[in-house]
Design a protein around this ligand. Sequence first.
Ligand code: GLY
Length: 350
Amino acid sequence: MNTVTVSASKQYEIRIGSGLLSSLGSAIRSLAAPKTVCLVSESTVFPLYGEAAKKSLENAGFRVVSFVFPAGEESKNGATFLELLNFLAQNQLTRSDWIVALGGGVVGDLAGFAAATYLRGIPFVQVPTTLLAAVDSSVGGKTAIDLPAGKNLAGAFYQPSLVLCDTDVLSSLPEDVFRDGCAEVIKYAILYDAAMFSSLEQTELDFDREQIITRCVQLKRDVVIVDEFDTGARMKLNLGHTVGHGIEAKSQFSLSHGKAVAMGTAIVTRAAAAMGMCPEADCRRIVSLLQQFGLPVATEYSASDLFTYALSDKKRSGGSVNLILPHAIGDCAIVPTPVQQLESWIQAGL
Ligand code: GLY
């Protein structure tokens, strides 16, 4: 097992290793003594791991209540959020009780936002069950729901009290969902770690999960501790996301987040190369690595469609959007780009 400690507004551990799900109850017990734990999960994950999580919590002496909602991004909305808050109230959870988010990014974001707001905040644990959640969304305290106008438009920065990443759980992921997480792994390599990028070039999907997840989490931790509230360095984690969120929204979420981010990353990288900001050789390697992991690198949508959706991106500030552009593998820059130029940027990368 590897442990990474995050010292942000709250200090907490991220534990990564095989078989950790069975230690969920004792891990919470070593931190606090809640009476009730609300296990929040969704309809695909709960049948696979709900019982194991519940058993571990009950063995540690907790009363467990479970809130399970239909799987999918469509559930990450105001209605499910209010249903969850009402469920917590009906089950009389108090400020000393805990929430456990068992699932991928949708579960973590929704349960985390409920934890941030119910009784003005109760503790929660992230138990990521997808690679994407393990390396990105479960770490760093971003919680949110989607609004009809766009993704993650209502939320809070609210750090978990523990992240427990059981690498065995990732083995049951459909390969396609695992590939989605690889888009975020590749993102970290492009942003910060040329050596990890080279090592990924030597592997396929069978990379050492504990080692790669730990490295990604360390890189994210290093960013979160300097910019917890996303006003500077943390924005780089948005590489590929401004365009990616546009692609995701335009597809009405029929395209997964990971695939949309892969397309967005390829588009901004080609745009940076076309504008002379990124060497062609690095651009080719980035696009090739995404393809090597079975990720798409082009979209059928037009620059004008993507421009419209990209305008609702949270990284927009006044009249400009902060684009994250690779200067080289392992080195990216935040480039404030006037909104009027955004469409031609996207066009350059299509
Ligand atoms: N997922 C990007 C961030 O946590 O900032």
